[in-house]
Design a protein around this ligand. Structure first.
Ligand code: G3H
Ligand code: ZN
Length: 271
């Protein structure tokens, strides 16, 4: 199937009151597992490469080419997204490589600078028909930059979306990145108020820390794109550790299968 457009997957989910899972790719096995899980569940999904994952590989092009190839070869509707990019040059490279969407994360900048930098990225991406997500309110738990407990104010969010022209907004509503326990308490009332205030879809980051029921309620209240990374790494690593073998295929294969099963479960839960 041809590569899907993130904007279309998100719009389709929003139109039916559903959510779409956006899963972090670190290795080729992650990409293969996300595709297999989405296919098994008969659901769409977004494969996302973070700037941190690109730093791990030392370059965007090889892992992006592999992820794009996996997405295009799948029978599921899959798009490829650049996640948490702070580097404008990396955004340009991702657009040239063919990703269909990017998250530009200027949340560490002061407000005026955030708006200026984000609006510039939006102009560049829209010229290439690429969908842009940005963040306001700082989702907790990442690199020490973000304060846990941060919240996005609906009035601020509306002003920010209008000033930048972004297509979707990542909001701080009680989740925190890289949680190993699934006990984050989301502010569902705030999600509802943000949905009422904004005409762009809402994105939940740090979704690994949210229990299943919290994910369902978050989607009911208005979250559409649900970013999940750590939860897949938990099942991946548990499967690797359960296999004492020298041939990587003997432990990466089960890890890939375990991630595929979790993606199938989560995509079904969200939609
Ligand atoms: O942008 C990606 C995420 O927000 C994933 O966060 O690893 O805590 O699920 P997580
Ligand atoms: Zn995130």
């Amino acid at each position: 199937m041809p590569l899907a457009a993130t904007g279309e997957l998100v719009a389709e989910a929003a139109a039916t009151g559903a959510g779409v899972g956006a899963f972090n790719v670190i290795t080729l096995e992650h990409a293969e597992a996300i595709a297999a899980g989405a296919e098994a569940a008969g659901r769409s999904a977004i494969l996302q490469l973070s700037q941190n994952a690109v730093r791990y590989h030392g370059a965007l092009a090889p892992i992006a080419a592999a992820t794009l190839a996996v997405a295009k070869a799948s029978t599921a509707q899959l798009s490829v997204h650049l996640d948490h990019a702070t580097d404008g040059a990396l955004v340009g490279e991702a657009v040239d490589l063919g990703v269909s969407s990017v998250m530009f994360d200027a949340s560490a900048l002061d407000y005026a600078e955030n708006v200026r930098a984000t609006a510039a990225v939006v102009a560049e991406c829209h010229a290439a028909d690429v969908w842009v997500e940005a963040e306001l309110g700082e989702v907790g738990g990442k690199d020490g930059v973000h304060a846990p407990g941060a919240r996005t104010d609906p009035d601020d969010a509306l002003a920010y979306v209008e000033a930048t022209g972004v297509d979707a907004l990542a909001v701080a509503v009680g989740s925190s990145h890289a949680m190993l326990t699934r006990d984050a308490a989301l502010d569902f009332d705030l999600i509802g108020r943000l949905r009422s205030a904004l005409r762009v879809p809402l994105v939940l980051h740090g979704s690994s820390g949210v229990p299943d029921d919290g994910l369902r309620r978050a989607v009911e209240q208005g979250i559409v794109k649900v970013n999940i990374g750590t939860q897949l790494n938990k099942v991946f690593t548990a499967a690797v550790r359960a296999h004492d073998a020298v041939d990587p295929r003997k432990y990466l294969g089960p890890a890939r299968d375990a991630v595929a099963a979790e993606v199938a479960r989560l995509t079904t839960l969200l939609s």
